[in-house]
Design a protein around this ligand. Structure first.
Ligand SMILES: Nc1ncnc2c1ncn2[C@@H]1O[C@H](COP(=O)(O)OP(=O)(O)OP(=O)(O)O)[C@@H](O)[C@H]1O
Length: 784
């Protein structure tokens, strides 16, 4: 139970109660117990701190007497030994410590920083007492304390010897008990020595621990923990230093003389330890500074890393955007290259076709010149020379004008400020629809007051080119009620394109040469192809692709009428027109509910004008595009059969016109696939819109404000058509034999062979089997 200075955990056992301390107990039982200030005053455990303090202060000036307790001068202070005084002080401190603990929270002795200084001092006192009772202590203390007068004035180091100073204990008792006392002192001395050695060992261990801690700090243990640890070690070092300082002071104070060698060594060791501690503290401080610097460096590195990450991220994003932009640019470039490639292909194709056409024409002219020469006679030559190029002229003119042309005719009516125009060739129509102004340029714009003759004059050259073997298609397109039929057919008193064209053709044919004219007329009603000139009621005909290698399409059972003269032709047209499906709608009292196609095949043979040619003229009167509600069909219930019929018609008409728009778009874009098969109309028009053909679109528009939407749509369609290129127009030679051409210039459409010419005024015989080749005579073979 010996207290260990500097180790509060060990001191605490003795500090809490002195009852268990053998040294204190020995004090009352041993010979020293007789040297009391108050003899026989045995210590009671229930003594208070106040009583102990009073008792302790009573020792002041109490001299040590050889007569034992109470043997001092009467009235004067009693004598007391240093040992006794120290015992009292230790007792007082112990009780004081206990009192403090009972008032407050007991200190956590596992934490060196929490060890109260009182406890440390108590431990130091107990250690001193143990040393005093040791043989060396007993040798030293009497010598050191003899000159002292009690505890009041401690004896400094190097005080006079034992003989010169009064002894703290009776000499007789000390001499009488010398042998056992000496032995006991030696043991105590050894214990004290071991004690101090243990303390030193412990200090060393603590120092090693600190060094380990410092090592860990050097290895970069967390900054916060390290700081705490440093603080803790600093406090512990301070406590240890205080403890050692106290011990050294006591030892130096109480144990001077020749036997003070051990304390000196201890002091040296202590100094050394202090030096080490100082060194460790310096190292710790240096490490702390280093740690701070490293932390700052780390912080800086973190900031730099973050900045680097942000920069990298931004760079990546920027590069990605650039890549996207480049990719988009490349895509656009690729698309434009593709388009350019398509344009080039088209140009090459156009050039090739143009060359072929020119070559063919040159051959014809050479052939004609040779024929003229062989016929002999200057007068004849002159006459034929005058007639020769007739058929070629309109064709050449047509080629110069372009193989697809768009003309626009405005229906007469109330003028509107929303539609304005610049009439004439290359004229424009400007619309203002829903706040957007748009200008459409067309090949020719006819004002509302333009006459039928004016319109036809612009088309006449194209019509006459058929006599030179060209394939020409004239079709009227526009909203319902805008005058398509009026322009194409016209009233008897003011005929339209078709009658004037036929008249012009027959007039031209009448000038000379051999001509063979056949006529066919079909309508497409609700996607059904019907022969308008068939004997008997119109029947639905099948449209199919022609044999491989011949191209084109075929309409099985279609009748082709031979037309001997203009009068017969008019009769036949009138007959076909009468068979056409019309109905009254809100927009038009005689609205055409079908598309009508009139095909005139003109085979010409003249030995003086070159090889025989086979031209075709298609006159197409399209049904009007219409909105269902405008056509008076919207909201029609199914009970109203007529209304339902109009609705169905309107749908199929619009669908087929949409298909025609798709074909035009594909032709304009020079797509490899043109959707001719999307409707019966486009199937039948395929030959008329094929390479080498000539097409003229007559667009009919209304100027009424309520029709403005339809007008803009129609103009957009016309604009698309105007951008289509069909390749250069070229004439076609007549086939040596076979059926007459119909709807197709490259491959004749093999329908029903031509019938005998019906007598003027009489419709085709109902009993005539149009599908039977025996009932119809094949056309005459023309000389090439
Ligand atoms: N330029 C014009 N001069 C005089 N009258 C015209 C003119 N254009 C059209 N009309 C008249 O307008 C009416 C409708 O014309 P038309 O039947 O030709 O139109 P449409 O476009 O063929 O109609 P739908 O598509 O319904 O058949 C007719 O009565 C016609 O006489």
């Amino acid at each position: 139970a010996a207290a260990v200075p500097g180790n509060p955990s060990q001191v605490s056992g003795g500090g809490r109660s002195s009852a268990g301390d053998p040294l204190l107990e020995n004090r009352s039982a041993g010979p020293q117990s007789s040297t009391r200030c108050k003899p026989g005053d045995r210590r009671r455990s229930d003594q208070t701190t106040g009583e102990l303090w009073t008792e302790l202060t009573g020792l002041v000036g109490c001299p040590e007497s050889e007569d034992g307790p109470g043997g001092g001068a009467e009235g004067g202070p009693a004598e007391v030994s240093l040992e006794e005084a120290l015992v009292r002080v230790a007792e007082f401190l112990s009780v004081q410590l206990g009192a403090e603990e009972s008032f407050g929270n007991p200190p956590d002795l596992s934490k060196p920083g929490d060890v109260p200084p009182l406890l440390t001092v108590t431990g130091q006192l107990l250690a001193l007492l143990a040393w005093i009772r040791s043989p060396r202590g007993r040798q030293a203390v009497p010598q050191g304390t003899q000159a002292s007068s009690g505890v009041q004035s401690p004896i400094p180091a190097g005080t006079p010897s034992q003989d010169e100073s009064p002894s703290l204990s009776p000499r007789g008792e000390a001499q009488g008990q010398q042998p056992p006392q000496l032995e006991e002192n030696q043991r105590a001395s050894q214990r004290l020595e071991q004690l101090i050695l243990g303390q030193l060992e412990e200090l060393k261990q603590q120092l090693e621990l600190q060094e380990k801690e410092l090592g860990q700090l050097r290895l970069g243990v967390g900054a916060t923990d390290s700081e705490k640890r440093v603080q803790y070690l600093t406090l512990e070092n301070k406590a240890l230093k205080q403890s050692l300082s106290l011990t050294r002071d006591l030892l130096l104070h109480c144990g001077p003389g020749p036997l003070s060698r051990a304390p000196q060594e201890e002091a040296e060791a202590l100094a050394e330890l202090q030096g080490r501690l100082q060194e460790a503290q310096d190292t710790t401080e240096a490490l702390r500074v280093q740690l701070g610097a490293q932390e700052m460096q780390l912080q800086g590195l973190r900031g730099a890393l973050q900045q680097l990450q942000q920069e990298t991220e931004q760079n990546c994003r920027r590069e990605l955007q650039q890549m996207h932009g480049q990719l988009a640019g490349l895509r656009a470039r690729m698309a434009s290259l593709r388009q350019g490639c398509g344009d080039l292909r088209g140009l090459v194709s156009t050039f090739t076709q143009s060359c072929q056409g020119s070559l063919s024409e040159a051959r014809g002219q050479v052939s004609w010149a040779l024929g003229a020469l062989s016929a002999g006679g200057a007068g004849t030559k002159f006459q034929e020379a005058k007639q020769g190029p007739l058929a070629g002229c309109p064709g050449r003119l047509l080629e110069l004008k372009g193989n697809i042309r768009v003309l626009c005719r405005l229906r007469p009516g109330t003028p509107s400020s929303l539609v304005s125009l610049e009439p004439g060739p290359g004229g424009t129509v400007t619309t203002c629809y829903r706040g957007h102004q748009r200008r459409f340029r067309l090949d020719w714009v006819f004002p509302p007051h333009a006459s039928q003759e004016e319109v036809f004059r612009e088309l006449e050259s194209a019509v006459l080119s058929c006599l030179g073997g060209y394939s020409v298609c004239i079709f009227t397109y526009g909203q319902t009620g805008t005058g398509k039929t009026y322009s194409m057919e016209g009233p008897p008193e003011d005929p339209g394109i078709a009658p004037r064209a036929l008249q012009s053709l027959f007039r031209e044919m009448g000038t000379g040469g051999q001509h063979h004219v056949t006529l066919s007329m079909v309508e497409i009603y609700n996607e059904a192809v019907r022969d308008l000139l068939a004997p008997g009621p119109p029947q639905r005909l099948a449209v199919r692709q022609g044999p491989a290698g011949q191209g084109g399409i075929q309409v099985a059972g279609l009748t082709h009428w031979e037309v001997p003269n203009l009068e017969s032709l008019h009769q036949m047209l009138s007959l076909g027109r009468g068979n056409r499906a019309t109905a009254a709608t809100v927009m038009n009292q005689h609205s055409s509910r079908s598309h009508a196609l009139v095909t005139l095949t003109l085979r010409t043979a003249s030995p003086l004008r070159g090889p025989a040619t086979s031209g075709t003229l298609h006159l197409v009167d399209l049904a009007g595009s219409e909105r269902a509600w405008k056509a008076g069909t919207a909201g029609t219930s199914w009970e109203d059969r007529d209304g339902a019929q109009r609705l169905r018609e309107a749908r199929t008409i619009n669908r087929s016109l949409l298909a025609l728009g798709g074909v035009m778009t594909a032709l304009r874009a020079r797509r490899p696939h043109v959707p001719f098969r999307d409707s019966q109309l486009t199937r039948l028009l395929q030959p008329a819109l094929g390479p080498g053909a000539t097409a003229v679109l007559l667009l009919q528009i209304s100027t009424r404000p309520e029709d403005l939407g339809e007008t803009v749509c129609s103009l957009k369609f016309a604009e698309r058509v105007g951008q289509v290129e069909l390749g250069p127009a070229r004439p076609r030679r007549a086939p040596r034999s076979g059926t007459p051409s119909s709807l197709s210039t490259d491959t004749p459409l093999t329908g029903t062979p031509c019938t005998p010419t019906p007598s003027p005024g009489s419709p085709p015989s109902p009993g005539l089997d149009s599908g039977s080749s025996s009932a119809l005579s094949p056309p005459e073979e023309l000389p090439s």
